[in-house]
Ligand binder design. Structure first.
Ligand code: NAP
Length: 248
């Protein structure tokens, strides 16, 4: 799969598989295993999704070498009170997932004492427990403020990006500071008729691709990493099949 280079030289697969709202104790395990089988090598979970343990189990059982899979998790806001609570939150994520390291770990929101939480993430990064660190849901002003005032500039900012919420300003500022933009809810969570939107359907017809594929391709061509979620195997495949065409 195509990859993008992060600001610390780590490479991130251009499309990720998200597991938000998929329950733990079975469903996330099944979905992650199926996604790995379909060819995904980038999984996006979070402490707040309460399914890190299923993700970790699926990765172990997949038989795929750990070094070939890029796994992201996130620190939830209750663990952003201070440096110590963030340290505990990071350790809890590692323990729940049963993984020795995360490829990427994010501050889920700009909440609480997120500067202290960031410093705890910097320590875990120096220790090799987190191979890259970043943020999520940071507006450009917060992002620039953090980037200018820390030792490690965030590698990633994960924000909502989809055709209804295109984030032009975020793309400009994140790119300027060397921060890779990721798109959550690339399909706008299926709301507002996105899959039957006339313009998107028309573009899909032109390339013989589905609306979902047009959206993901549009994001990747803008240099953004989409995180697509589905529990259906055929859609997992469909959402990966975007590297054989180019939007004009
Ligand atoms: P999404 O990916 O925009 O949309 C998921 C919806 O689209 C599901 O209802 C899914 O249904 C459907 N779908 C997927 N592929 C499809 C296709 N090819 N054709 C038709 N329908 C399709 O929404 P999301 O799950 O909210 O966001 C994606 C990921 O971003 C999450 O899983 C999570 O990892 C991340 N995220 C992060 C944050 C944050 O604050 N950082 C917030 C939200 C999400 P089925 O499952 O039934 O196929």
């Amino acid at each position: 799969m195509k990859t993008f280079e992060l600001n610390n030289k780590q490479r991130i697969p251009a499309v990720g598989f998200g597991v938000f709202m998929i329950p733990n104790d079975g469903p996330t395990y099944d979905a992650t295993l199926a996604a790995l089988k379909a060819g995904y090598r980038h999984i996006d979970t979070a402490a707040g999704y309460c399914n890190e343990s299923d993700v970790g189990k699926a990765i172990k059982d997949s038989g795929i070498d750990r070094s070939e899979i890029f796994i992201t998790s996130k620190l939830w806001v209750q663990d952003m009170m201070d440096y110590e609570s963030a340290q505990k939150g990071i350790e809890a994520s590692l323990e729940k997932s049963g993984l020795e390291y995360f490829d990427l770990y994010l501050l889920h929101q700009a909440c609480g004492d997120y500067f202290s939480a960031w410093r705890a993430m910097e320590t875990a990064y120096q220790e090799g427990k987190l191979k890259a660190i970043g943020v999520s849901n940071f507006y450009p002003d917060r992002l620039v403020d953090l980037a200018l005032d820390t030792d490690v500039v965030p590698a990633v900012n994960q924000v909502e990006v989809n055709p209804f919420h295109q984030q032009d300003a975020a793309l400009i500022y994140n790119t300027k500071y060397g921060v890779q933009l990721e798109a959550w809810a690339p399909f706008a969570e299926g709301k507002n008729g996105i899959f039957t939107n006339e313009t998107l359907v028309e573009i899909g017809n032109k390339y013989n691709k589905s609306v979902g594929q047009v959206i993901l391709r549009w994001l990747v061509q803008r240099g953004i990493v989409p995180l697509a979620k589905t529990v259906r195997k055929e859609r997992m495949q469909e959402n990966l099949n975007i590297f054989d065409f180019e939007l004009s």
